[in-house]
Design a protein around this ligand. Sequence first.
Ligand code: ADP
Ligand code: GN1
Ligand code: MG
Length: 365
Amino acid sequence: MCLCKIASQFKVGGEVLSVEPYGNGHINTTYVAVVNVDNVNRRFIMQKINTTVFPRVGELMDNISNVTRFMANIVKDNGGNPEREILTVVPTVDGKTFYTDDKGDNYRLYIFIEGTTALQIVEDPRVFEGAGCAFGGFVSVLNAYPASSLYEVIYNFHNTASRFQNFINAVDADKVARADSVRHEIDFVLRRAGICDKIVNMLADKSLPLRVTHNDTKLNNVLLDDKTGEPVCVIDLDTIMPGSLLYDFGDAIRSGCNTGLEDEPDLSKVSFDINLYESFAKGYLAAIGASITIAERDMLAFGSILMTFECGMRFLTDYLDGDNYFKIHHPMHNIDRCRTQFKMVSDMENLQDEMNEIARRYCSI
Ligand code: ADP
Ligand code: GN1
Ligand code: MG
């Protein structure tokens, strides 16, 4: 079935004029659909859901539609504009949250949030402080959301110990005979085996609280107003699940404090910018206020290192497995991504004391 026909299966209110590829996420395939609604062109985001990553699409879409409805009500009560500040799931003509085509592929549709941009790299520290506010505000609002009603759409998503085991399995299997060419990176991981279970153990013994978290807080998952640079909407809600606040804080630092792109092959352009760390921490900690615990505050720096390490290890694992998980655009893509993450980890390890000091300075408890 052609893409325009697929878009027409949703309640778009008019004739679908075009559907074109859009954005640059690593997981789903994103399109922009243009629809003539009463002679005005309206845009929608249509996504083919990656069912290798998200096999239980019904559970995934239940999480997203329930959480967005919950958040939209809060925005409405506060006099805001829910269609701009929160993702809106557009139902299919028969009232479902996603559409399955004749090939078994699954699609969903969101209202396109106009006048916004998703950045790949931070250009202005104040914008990153705003992103911190947005992600901190996101977790705060979801404090009131019943965590037990959420499906765990990807088991052990940020369980770094289990990610480490997957990595060891990939090294041992060496399916596509790449291990010898990345010994340096493999050793980088092995030397840090001891850090992998720290957060999972603290969640298990309850010294860290379990919250409802976003879990994929990379910079391009917050839409920013084109005119003001202010955050408008947190997007990419696929991985909302119970987790640690450190996952959200750490993943945002991983992606936003990099002076280069995530897949920059020239490592001289890649470094950890501690001033950006300070900007984000300021925004995040102001938004989360006194609901953060001391244990969380004291782990923000470590969590940033661990999330960056975990992501690098996942890229390396995928490279060793033959590139099955993340979309790649050239054969070295995953290893380039892995190397930028490990460069960031090394930089942060050297600056951990300063990072801890910044967390204490901006924390209200
Ligand atoms: P992925 O899971 O593949 O990262 P995302 O949901 O993050 O997919 O979408 C990919 C990109 O599409 C985003 O980075 C953003 O640029 C754009 N995008 C997604 N949803 C919207 C929306 N509702 N309005 C405008 N742009 C969007
Ligand atoms: C993926 O979907 P996207 O591109 O925002 C991945 C994240 C990684 C990120 C690395 C579901 O995020 O976990 O941190 O790539 N999402 C999933 O860029 O695995
Ligand atoms: Mg995304």
